[in-house]
Design a binder for this molecule. Structure first.
Ligand SMILES: Cc1cc2nc3c(=O)[nH]c(=O)nc-3n(C[C@H](O)[C@H](O)[C@H](O)COP(=O)(O)OP(=O)(O)OC[C@H]3O[C@@H](n4cnc5c(N)ncnc54)[C@H](O)[C@@H]3O)c2cc1C
Length: 384
């Protein structure tokens, strides 16, 4: 029996409504570009933090779109959110400020948040006024997340958290992050038990955010030290002891979206223009890249549909991430090959290409490395 059909849910195609929404976002982006509000960037969902632009999106109802109207959202479908996200990324728009909150905190709050947590955070996320980070990785825990050593011990009225988180994107700007911590000692036979999640304010007492500067001088991630940080019971996220199951369901949102294929997309049309201007024959390479992006668009939107139906999507999400992030890197290399040291090339394009090459190693690491995800896919196919 061929197990492949299980891997890819049916693709979602634009309806009249989503096509109209797509056109609306494109129109907005064209106006913003004409007004010089932003300069297209590569990897803009991680690196381009622009709270004014986020506020402009919020004013159009394009943040936290899937949140119910009682929280200020539109009660939109995951596919409508997908369309908006895809257009913003394809344009290289500055979306880093709200990206994590919009992508995974909104659906996680809707699934696991208490009424008070939803009331506190959802309206502010939708308004573009509250930004989140992810507190999973630690200095000795990345792929093997169950080995996290940050501890949470019960104290009067809440929990006291101590430990170190690392590679925390945007923690120097964000208001809060969701921390995965150990609330019970490790049971070697059941390592995934005894983990819990907490909403932790990044400006609270005992929290220190230390910058980690990348080799190209940029600052997007951090080390976050938690030293006896008090977290009230009201900020326990989900159930104590259910952290692993909650994190893995969050990861399907984190791994399958259009940001796993479009981080370098802005390079593609620019390099095509450059190749045409220089009369370089690169048609077949361009065709292959465009075909890959097109297929990935179908796969990624299909996973968005599956998540909206609450279908299990861990394995399809892993497939999207492995193929998508490899394609992003291949676009960066293709662009480098066709810009190189050519002095006729617009320096702005050369800068974009350099940044794409700098950021490339992170594409296949963040959100779970491709090596590890290949293991997830193999298990999903019953090959392990
Ligand atoms: C740009 C960027 C942003 C990030 N942002 C965040 C963030 O906001 N919050 C957060 O919590 N984390 C963040 N991360 C961390 C990211 O999730 C981890 O880097 C990732 O999970 C890998 O963990 P590690 O770096 O500890 O590598 P390790 O787990 O130590 O892996 C090292 C190498 O060994 C390989 N390997 C490990 N285990 C296996 C296995 N079982 N089979 C095959 N190969 C294996 C890996 O593929 C990798 O090549 C970010 C990372 C990057 C690059």
């Amino acid at each position: 029996m061929n197990p492949l059909p299980r891997l890819v849910p049916p693709a979602a195609v634009d309806t009249r409504e989503t096509a109209a929404l797509r056109a609306e976002v494109r129109q907005f982006l064209a106006e913003q570009l004409a007004a010089g509000t932003f300069v297209p960037a590569v990897d803009s969902w991680l690196s381009s933090w622009d709270e004014e632009f986020t506020a402009a999106l919020a004013a159009r109802g394009w943040l936290g779109m899937t949140a119910p109207t009682e929280y200020g959202g539109r009660g939109a479908t995951a596919i409508e959110r997908f369309v908006v996200a895809e257009e913003l990324l394809a344009a290289g728009a500055p979306v880093a400020a709200h990206w994590i909150a919009d992508r995974q905190i909104v659906p996680s709050l809707l699934k696991y948040g208490t009424g008070a947590q939803k009331d506190e955070f959802l309206p502010r996320i939708v308004a573009g006024e509250c930004f989140f980070g992810i507190g999973m990785s630690e200095p000795d825990s990345g792929s093997d997340l169950a080995s996290v050593r940050t501890r949470a011990v019960p104290v009067d009225g809440g929990w006291s958290l101590t430990g170190t988180k690392v590679w925390t994107s945007g923690a120097h700007h964000a208001h809060a992050f969701i921390v995965l911590a150990r609330t019970a000692p490790v049971d070697p036979a059941h390592r995934h038990e005894g983990l819990s999640q907490f909403i932790v304010r990044l400006d609270g007492p005992g929290v220190e955010v230390r910058p980690i500067i990348s080799m190209n001088g940029r600052h997007h991630f951090n080390e976050v030290i938690l030293d006896n940080v008090f977290v009230p019971d009201t900020m326990v996220f989900g159930e104590i002891g259910d952290g692993w199951q909650q994190v893995t369901s969050e990861l399907a949102f984190e791994r399958s979206g259009p940001e796993r294929l479009l981080s370098t997309f802005v390079l593609l049309p620019a390099v095509v223009d450059a190749a045409v201007a220089q009369q370089v024959a690169a048609g077949s390479q361009i065709g292959r890249l465009v075909a890959r992006i097109s297929g990935l668009h179908q796969m990624s939107s299909a996973v968005a549909g599956a998540l909206a139906r609450h279908d299990a999507a861990d394995v399809p999400a892993a497939v999207v991430k492995v193929i998508g992030t490899s394609t992003e890197g291949d676009i960066a290399e293709f662009a480098a090959l066709h810009t190189g040291d050519d002095t006729a090339i617009d320096p702005a394009l050369t800068d974009l290409v350099t940044t794409a090459l700098d950021q490339r190693p992170g594409f296949t690491l963040r959100g779970g490395t491709n090596e590890v995800l290949r293991g997830v896919i193999a298990r999903g196919l019953g090959l392990r």
